[in-house]
Unconditional design. Structure first.
Length: 85
């Protein structure tokens, strides 16, 4: 998996339809409503630092309980929107 900065990930999620709900203590709380789901999904993305830790932090953000993108979904967003920050 390629390295990605916090700003790049936030930009990609915003372009994918996620909206900033509020500033959380450790980053930005983003949410998105999905068809067929009763409640919107939430994820907190760090807004400080240069790169996101690929193992646990990025894996949790891309996981089923948060964005449900996975590594493949992230690659699709990168191809569609690019990594400009």
């Amino acid at each position: 998996m390629r390295a990605i900065t916090c700003a790049q990930l936030i930009r990609l999620l915003l372009l994918d339809g996620w909206v900033v709900r509020r500033k959380a203590p450790h980053g930005l709380l983003l949410l998105k409503r999905f068809p067929g789901e009763a409640f919107p999904r939430n994820t907190t993305v760090p807004d400080k630092g240069s790169q996101i830790i690929v193992g646990s932090t990025l894996g949790a953000i891309l996981g089923v309980k948060q964005t449900s993108l996975g590594q493949d979904g992230l690659e699709v967003l990168i191809r569609r929107f690019g990594l400009n920050s």
